[in-house]
Design a protein around this ligand. Structure first.
Ligand code: F6R
Ligand code: MG
Ligand code: MG
Length: 364
């Protein structure tokens, strides 16, 4: 059976501040997707939140970038924004950057990760959702999952994975893309993806079969809007088991927390903390950045799940380490590298202050 899995997300208003989603907003989204399922547009759906981001997880048979599906997501976000406005939630409609829908939600604010595939005998899927971080946050984990034998032993000992994976990397500034084969070209690839502000892994393919293995959202809100509007708070879909890495190989990179950008006012580095669904509430200094992992089996496009995959004491140490990294970085206060470099901050007073103080700067 041919399936398209679409994960489309937006921050339509926070409860409280930018920490989480209000239950009435989630309820509205469920009603909207239930109607679409009733009409046969969707095979199935699951609505959930990660921090202040509303996540629409949908299966259908319309293919990627489909206008009807994207319009459904857009209209759902608009309806949810109306609820957010009525409750006076914080930043109601903040990720809806256009006044009206025009064909496709890409470049209109919401984040999109989609993949089209033939459902396998057993189709295991992991959907990662992050809050208070930027679209390049998946580069390091995707590299480890699909190219690092110290993370994924299947690359070494599973015959159906041994020939490796192909990475599709996007230059989000120049709007260009390039394919890299792993393991042959990992040194070339790392030159680029080691700089996640500009280069993001958009997708990964099983090299031998060409089948899609992972797909991420690479929308960069700051670039779309040309001004501060919020975080990218990206999502990533990964297929698991068989010719793809095992669920445990997919979760393993998150056992040692990575440092990402997007904490407080989108202007700080912080640890990416793997948490259970109920812990995905960004409170301390509006963070630290969080990631959740929703595991599903698909049965003819229907979702069996989610299974809350980071709800496991095996990730307690990662959470503790993330808190230690958070304390360490917080000690730096307004100094880099806790604060982002000047040109990457989403909030800045620099132009104003620099202008005011220009007459006091003397040649040396
Ligand atoms: C938003 C975020 C927060 C806000 C901060 C200020 O996703 O990360 O840290 O940037 O709470 O928010 P405003 O400007 O909306 O008052
Ligand atoms: Mg918000
Ligand atoms: Mg958010």
């Amino acid at each position: 059976m041919e399936i398209t899995l679409s994960v489309i997300k937006a921050d339509v208003g926070g409860y409280v501040g930018h920490s989480s989603c209000h239950p009435d907003v989630l309820q509205k989204a469920k009603e909207s997707l239930e109607r679409a399922k009733g009409k046969g547009l969707l095979i199935d759906y699951h609505v959930m939140a990660c921090g202040d981001d509303l996540q629409l997880i949908m299966t259908h048979q319309k293919g990627e970038d489909n206008e009807e599906i994207h319009k459904l997501a857009w209209d759902t976000f608009v309806d949810c924004t109306n609820i957010a406005k009525r409750l006076k939630l914080h930043g109601a409609g903040q990720d809806l950057l256009a006044d009206a829908f025009s064909g496709n939600v890409r470049a209109m604010g919401p984040g999109v990760a989609e993949m089209y595939f033939t459902e396998r005998e057993s189709e295991t899927i992991v959907i990662f959702m992050a809050d208070k971080t930027a679209s390049g946050a998946w580069n390091l984990p995707l590299y480890k999952i699909f190219a690092d034998p110290f993370n994924t032993i299947g690359l070494v000992i599973a015959p159906n994975m041994h020939s490796g994976f192909t990475f599709e990397v996007h230059d989000v500034t120049e709007k260009k893309k390039i394919m890299f084969n792993a393991p042959e070209e990992i040194y070339d690839m790392l030159v680029f993806i080691g700089s996640p502000h500009r280069y993001a892994v958009k997708a990964v393919y099983h090299k031998e079969s060409g089948e899609i293995a992972a797909s991420s959202s690479t929308q960069h809100l700051a670039l779309i809007a040309g001004r501060y509007v919020g975080k990218d708070d990206p999502v990533c879909i990964v297929r698991a088991q068989g010719k793809f890495p095992a669920v445990g190989e997919i979760l393993e990179p998150f056992a040692s927390p990575n440092i990402v950008k997007g904490w407080m006012r989108g202007s700080h580095h912080g640890p990416l903390m793997p948490v259970s669904f109920c812990q995905a509430r960004a409170t301390r200094f509006d963070g630290p950045p969080r990631v959740i992992a929703a595991g599903f089996q698909l049965a003819n496009g229907k979702f069996v799940g989610p299974n809350d995959l980071f709800d496991d004491p095996a990730f307690d140490l990662a959470r503790q380490q993330a808190n230690e990294i958070a304390n360490f970085l917080r000690r730096l206060g307004p100094f880099e590298p806790h604060r982002l470099p000047l040109d990457e901050m989403e909030y800045t007073t620099m132009p104003e202050i620099a202008k005011k103080l220009a007459p006091r700067f003397k040649d040396m």
